[in-house]
Design a protein around this ligand. Structure first.
Ligand SMILES: *Cc1c(COP(=O)(O)O)cnc(C)c1O
Length: 449
């Protein structure tokens, strides 16, 4: 390679621009941006008097800058952590049919808020409602931005300036800054805590009822577990008490299972249908947790109460876009046909057998000398079933510095996010989609070299 340098001893700009590693960024940032990144680093080297800086040293710094800039955009990443609904990595991957529906609905125009039969304005909120009624058995349903928004809308509608009764043990923070007591306060509801941290009885709720009570709220404790000497109030009992008091019983399920997770080897998790059958008036849950769809907050339940939610002006600020409606509707359609549920990646990943994972893991081992197949534990994530280990298979990569190797995997054009444990880097196969294997193998071969 020529060792062409500028007058001041630094490598010439054109040498960088013709390097294939830089050319890869041209398509994303444009040649000018790449060139100015090179110039910035060269200028800095000149100013700091590092006139003798080598081509490789300058190139490494420019590449790091471009890589950082690349990560400022939303980029696809490969999840090898074994946490299926990893909130930091975007929770549920979508089914192909849902992805196609996004394309179809967003490429041009749609009937988002247009009634094609009548030829006039229609309701965007009607879109997913019919499917939700079919799938959950609820009288009606409404979709907003996320589950936090669903809870907020309900509190604002039924408990503003009134009292909301919640068990002390359910006043949880579920991560991402969603603390139930804070949301209650911001909604203008007055929080009435009942019971002790570990025990609450229906009489506690009953005694707390006043003419100012707006609703009774039950929440899924998410990542939090109270074990041992505990007592909780059944959804059915809470619903009955609310009925007698003439106020709504609300349950924030968070996860939002629509099928019995035992079908997929997980412990049973209370489903939306069960909460509704218990007589809960309004059930809230996320679209991108156990449901396996896009980010959304779903409220299912009593039609009269949902009509009041629809009339709340706050709904306008929480409304979902066409992309969400398209993906959610398509995902819900899969629940209407039981054998289609495994098209949803969350369930496909749970269903993969250990033999399948082991077969794929062998290829990983071939690509990285010293790599070993190990047993692993995957987790559902998303606040659901935090204590349940899903048996899995992983590949352990030996490394002098595991944190360096993990960083190298993470900072590739297609990042691979792994776990670091016991002085090695571990890639859990359960959360790597089979179509991503080729990219993981390429990464392993490159890093092994
Ligand atoms: C995850 C969760 C939420 C928040 O859901 P988002 O869709 O992320 O807003 C609310 N309540 C419970 C119990 C949860 O587990």
């Amino acid at each position: 390679m020529s060792n062409e340098t500028t007058l001041r001893g630094l490598p010439a700009v054109h040498r960088f621009l013709s390097d294939p590693r830089f050319a890869a960024f041209d398509a994303f940032f444009g040649k000018d941006r790449v060139k100015s990144a090179v110039n910035d680093v060269l200028d800095a080297a000149r100013r700091s008097g590092a006139a003798g800086a080598t081509f490789d040293a300058i190139a490494a710094e420019v590449l790091e800058r471009l890589q950082r800039e690349w990560f400022d955009t939303l980029v696809p990443a490969i999840n090898a952590t074994g946490v299926l609904l990893h909130t930091n990595l975007g929770r549920a991957p979508l089914a192909q049919a849902a992805i196609d529906a996004i394309g179809a609905a967003s490429r041009g125009y749609s009937n988002l808020e247009y009634d094609l039969i009548e030829g006039h304005r229609g309701s965007r909120y009607a879109r997913a409602s019919a499917l939700l009624r079919t799938v959950t058995g609820a009288q009606d349903a409404l979709v907003v931005n996320n589950c936090a928004a669903a809870v907020l809308l309900i509190l604002d509608t039924f408990a503003k300036g009134r009292e909301a009764i919640v068990a002390r043990g359910e006043l949880v923070e579920i991560g991402g800054g969603f603390r139930l007591p804070d949301v209650l306060e911001r909604s203008g509801a007055i929080l009435i805590e009942v019971g002790a941290t570990n025990k609450v009885y229906i009489q506690d709720y009953e005694r707390a009822l006043t003419p100012r009570t707006g609703l009774l709220l039950r929440t899924h404790p998410s990542n939090f577990r109270i074990e041992g000497f505990t007592a909780q109030v059944e959804g059915r009992d809470l619903a009955q008490l609310a009925r007698r008091a003439g106020i709504p019983a609300v349950e924030d399920l968070g996860g939002g299972a629509l099928v019995d997770l035992q079908r997929f080897g997980l412990p049973h998790e209370r489903t939306v249908q069960e909460a509704l059958l218990d007589g809960i008036d309004l059930v809230t849950f996320s679209g991108d947790k156990l449901l396996g769809g896009p980010q959304a907050g779903i409220i299912a339940g009593n039609e009269r109460l949902i009509a009041r939610l629809r009339n709340n002006p706050l709904l306008r600020a929480l409304r979902v876009d066409k992309i969400t409606i398209a993906a959610l509707s398509e995902t819900l359609r899969m629940y209407a046909v039981p054998e289609r549920v495994t098209e949803i990646p969350f369930f496909a990943m749970l269903s993969a057998s250990l033999e399948e994972l082991r077969g794929r893991a062998k290829h990983y081992c071939d690509a990285f000398p010293g790599a070993k197949i190990v047993e692993s534990a995957a987790y559902a994530g998303g606040g659901a079933l935090p204590a349940h280990e899903v048996p899995s298979i992983a590949v352990a990569l030996p490394a002098r510095s595991p944190s360096d190797l993990a960083a190298k995997l993470r900072t590739r054009r297609v990042p691979v996010v792994a776990r670091v444990e016991q002085n090695r880097v571990v890639l859990d196969l359960r959360t790597v989609l089979p179509e991503e294997d080729a990219q993981v193998l390429a990464a392993l071969r490159e890093l092994a070299a």
